[in-house]
Design a protein around this ligand. Structure first.
Ligand code: ZN
Length: 249
């Protein structure tokens, strides 16, 4: 690998809910997230409940329709990640978020690994067909409270990983490879209390990466970090990444 002298070191950026709060998206999923604090709400994103109860599905569609994430725009932190990538530094984003804001900010989709899937698409639980969330929500608006798959009539759900569902093994495998290969691993806006995010940070350090944590609250991985940044992500991340882009890792 080191036989390519021009190869620039890889920067992995693991992003959690904290990078999107400036875009108006609350933390639903984390240990202190809305879903965990409200068992009724958690059912809406729990696979077995969703599959077995049409009422849960009807409420889930309404939740998706009314979600603030639907019209959210990327913020300065997402834009800073894209700037770093465009400066020529090899960047891979591993994200716990399902909001699609990294791609909307201009990151090439193949460089963004969505560990928990995406809320921008729907997937059929029967035949696996995928389509746009926008189309499905248009059907909800038009009076289908639980729109079935147009291909096979199966149950549709957002293309996110619900509680009780396994992560996509291909995405996870790629994320592990990135964690092992990167020179710098930046964990931003994540509590590093939920796997696989936490495990990925540990794996990166084990394989020699420099760990930088940008998070307001302490995380279990703080003792392993080369640098801890507690300042607000909206200003701290652009400052950090613009420096990396200018000087190289
Ligand atoms: Zn189908």
């Amino acid at each position: 690998m080191s036989s390519e002298p021009t190869r620039r070191p890889l920067v992995a950026i693991l992003s959690g809910a904290g990078i999107s709060t400036d875009s108006g998206i609350p933390d639903y999923r984390g240990p202190q997230g809305l879903w965990r604090r409200d068992p009724e709400a958690e059912k809406l994103v729990t696979y077995d409940a969703y599959m077995s109860d049409p009422e849960i599905r009807r409420r889930s569609w309404l939740l998706r329709r009314d979600s603030p994430a639907r019209h959210a725009r990327p913020n300065g932190a997402h834009e800073a990640v894209t700037r770093l990538e465009r400066s020529g530094v090899p960047v891979r984003v591993l994200t716990q978020n399902v909001d699609g804001l990294h791609q909307m900010a201009g990151m090439p989709p193949r460089k963004v690994l969505e560990l928990h899937g995406t809320a921008r698409a729907v997937q059929c639980t029967g035949c696996g067909a995928r389509s746009d969330m926008t189309e499905a929500l248009a059907r909800v608006e038009a009076g289908e409270p639980d729109p079935p798959c147009l291909e096979c009539g199966g149950i549709l759900k957002s293309a996110t990983v619900m509680f009780g569902q396994a992560l996509d093994p291909v995405v996870l495998g790629e994320a592990i490879a990135v964690a092992k290969a990167c020179e710098i691993f930046i964990a931003v806006g994540t509590s590093l209390q939920v796997n696989p995010a936490a495990a990925l940070a540990g794996l990166a350090v084990e394989h020699g990466a420099r760990l930088i944590i940008v998070n307001a609250e302490p995380t279990p991985y703080d003792p392993l970090a080369a640098e801890l940044i507690r300042e607000p992500i909206g200003s701290a991340l652009p400052a950090l990444l613009d420096t990396l882009g200018a000087t190289g890792p």
